[in-house]
Design a protein around this ligand. Sequence first.
Ligand SMILES: Cc1cc2nc3c(=O)[nH]c(=O)nc-3n(C[C@H](O)[C@H](O)[C@H](O)COP(=O)(O)OP(=O)(O)OC[C@H]3O[C@@H](n4cnc5c(N)ncnc54)[C@H](O)[C@@H]3O)c2cc1C
Length: 308
Amino acid sequence: MCTRLILAGWDIVVLEKSNAPPKGSPTGAGLGIDPLAQQIIQSWLPQPELLQEAILPLTIDQNIVTGGDKSTRILTRDENFNFGAAHWADLHSLLYDALPPEIFLWGHVHLSFCISEDQTSVNVKAKSLQTNEIIEINGDLLIAADGCLSSIRRIFLPDIKLRYSGYCAWRGVLDFSGKESSETIIGIRRLYPDLGNCLYFHLDSGTHSVLYELPKKSSTGFDAAVLGKCLQKWGLENLPSALEEYQSVRVPVISQQVLHSRRLGRIKQGLYLPDRGPFDPSTASPEDGEELQQKNMPFFSGAPISAD
Ligand SMILES: Cc1cc2nc3c(=O)[nH]c(=O)nc-3n(C[C@H](O)[C@H](O)[C@H](O)COP(=O)(O)OP(=O)(O)OC[C@H]3O[C@@H](n4cnc5c(N)ncnc54)[C@H](O)[C@@H]3O)c2cc1C
């Protein structure tokens, strides 16, 4: 979004409480990126071709299940999957390198903000974690991208509490360079022969694993893309219209996607849902597994990026 706003002529300051940009860790998490996200990210990069170098295409979405006798079988297989996988750290450094470094105030924690009486400006207070110095920034707009525990969102929506949706996950990246012929890797490849262009979901009773390969290199932004586009379209003089359009475009999409993800998480964890019995991988039919395919995510093949 910073790139989009800079292109639209805005001056930007990014307050970030971490002390420095994250370094490309070889064990960083992988990210699944759909075609629209790829297109949007590319439009932000001075060298768009670098994104394709960082992404491994995934053309198959497959659910496999372990039966009662511990044998495995394919439940669903979608060979028209159009997705990609990248190292989180690669994506981060591509985006970060596309921005002027001076817009970032690292090691600055947001403390408070105050909106002017005529609602045309906002004053933000932040503290440098290194020196304890308090700084003030005056701006036209404060974008609160401070994560799922956002202290700014809590001010506007004090009654909305976080709740546990019943899904938990462990993530890890296995670097098997130089170990291709090890027993473990040969065993993994035997069980998951399409690893390299397939997103595997391996379902077991009340749990599941997700596996995909990442490009051997070390180095989602629809909300950001739409907000940037709306701000560019309406300009500073029509800020309320820009924010209204952003909300009207994104809220319907995001609510459906979040509800769908929660439902999918509960099914795969074998948890209760009012309209279907618990999912049992050992007896599930391909029809039972139909709902689990990635293509069923609302707006999977594209979400609107403007109200026009
Ligand atoms: C293990 C894991 C795997 C994931 N995999 C995927 C995936 O494959 N695909 C996908 O689309 N999503 C994935 N997600 C979800 C994705 O990471 C989040 O949805 C996304 O990062 C949310 O972005 P955000 O900008 O809202 O918040 P964040 O990425 O959390 O960014 C918030 C930032 O604000 C900073 N901050 C917070 N408070 C303050 C403050 N007071 N002052 C200054 N700075 C502050 C934080 O340091 C942080 O850098 C995954 C998440 C996790 C944890």
